[in-house]
Design a protein around this ligand. Sequence first.
Ligand SMILES: C[S@@+](CC[C@H](N)C(=O)[O-])C[C@H]1O[C@@H](n2cnc3c(N)ncnc32)[C@H](O)[C@@H]1O
Length: 231
Amino acid sequence: MNEHTLSLRLERVAAHVPAGARLADIGSDHGYLPVALLRRGAIVAAVAGEVALTPFRAAERTVADNDLGDQISVRLADGLAAIEAQDGITAISICGMGGETIRDILDNGKARLSGRERLILQPNGGEPPLRQWLMDNDYRILAEELLRENRFDYEIIVAEPATRQPYSAEELYFGPLLLQARSPQLLAKWQRRLRHKQRTLASFAHAQQAVPEDKVQDLAREVRWISELLA
Ligand SMILES: C[S@@+](CC[C@H](N)C(=O)[O-])C[C@H]1O[C@@H](n2cnc3c(N)ncnc32)[C@H](O)[C@@H]1O
């Protein structure tokens, strides 16, 4: 993967960035996503935010190699602190981190949100708490995608501010739109997860030390939901 050829995962993220956006890519690593989008003329400006020095330098290099320093600001910053009001950001991508980390970045950076940006999020696990945050903070999920690359299942969640949208516990768990679509990919993903969760649940029964009851109950509920989905 590089700024010329994105991974399938980042290519699908790119597809949800509105044409002509001013994008903030938080946790940009090499900066491949904003650089690829600018090279294609799909966006007009970007901020590439990085909290760690090595990826920050890598992003600076990608931007310089592509002569895009006038359109992309690379900033060493924690989460949404990379965004300044004068950037006029219209879309934010946060990809390739745990859902809880993405949630914390959004929560800690609330003051940096104008309340109009599209969020394009690609959590590596921890999707339910991220969806919970979106619901609690009055975002509507307008698109969800599931894809598999290199034997990993990835979800992409696209959200925009809207009047409060109540999601059920199952919708928060599976994704409201993924659940509605019930695609073969969704069923295949949860088939794989079900086997693993059933094995874990069975191992709890034989564990040397008693597993806390709430943990057993949570897992048993997940197994029930997945079994119902696949029934
Ligand atoms: C696995 S990489 C993903 C890179 C790219 N977004 C992608 O999806 O391919 C995660 C990046 O997020 C950065 N990161 C983690 N927490 C961050 C935070 N609070 N603020 C900014 N960057 C963060 C890490 O330094 C790392 O470079």
